[in-house]
Design a binder for this molecule. Sequence first.
Ligand code: CP
Length: 291
Amino acid sequence: MQHLITTSDFTKDEIIELFDDAKMFRDLQSSDCLKGKLIVTLFFENSTRTRSSFEIAAKRLGAEVVSLDVGSSSRSKGETIFDTVANINAMKPDAIVIRHSECGLPESLKEHVNCPILNAGDGYNAHPTQALLDLFTILDHFNNNVEGKKVAIVGDVKTSRVASSDSKLLPRFGIEPIFVAPDHFKSEDESIRQVTLLSEVIDEVDVVMSLRTQLERHSQVYYTSMQEYAKDYCITKEIFKDRDLILLHPGPVNRNIDIDDEMLLDPRSKVLQQVSNGVAVRMAVLKKLIK
Ligand code: CP
């Protein structure tokens, strides 16, 4: 049985095969290859894209979906997360999709279940399906010619599970991630090149990925107003000029803080394309893991 906890759970060949399926699903939109299967989604952190994308992906493959309403579950009566998952597992689902604020939780659940665990984001650790859909979007845009391309990942890379997963996955396909962040948001990962301002690397990158500032994951307040942060880090047309770049963001976009309104409407912004691709990529992931 295979799980998806981090992108390293898939070999490069498996990812290439997965993307062939994702392309097929993007064209086909639906299939009945998971007819009769049941997928449970457990979102202990809020989500718009990942949860609905997994649920739509499952339904487009013919599977049934049960989504635990965490707020009204027996967690409020003191049930542990392990007991919650053990009880869901006892109902014999074919896969469990889980998001939780605790880093490493999906990994630790693997030995307690009889079905694949799909990590939909664990704290600042990993967000494997986001990284897969980001890579898919980049490969698609550049017709697979990505060797030597560079991606500036801009913002709070310190606590971003997207930056963490992307920076591990992209180099496997010959793409260099460069982190762009103020000192207090810089990553401790010394294997990644880091700069302070986008202007330092804008002329050498091919993709700019903006990130949300995960204020909920910081114990300190760094800005009295996010406008202060936006002054240096909001992606605008003034920064992009007429450069041949694409702009990505995993969402949710903090408008006029992460990316300004005008730049979101620019054809170089692929933010909604990422969302569309996310459904196709998750369809391929579900097909691969559910037997
Ligand atoms: N990209 C992403 O994880 O978005 P959600 O938090 O809305 O799922």
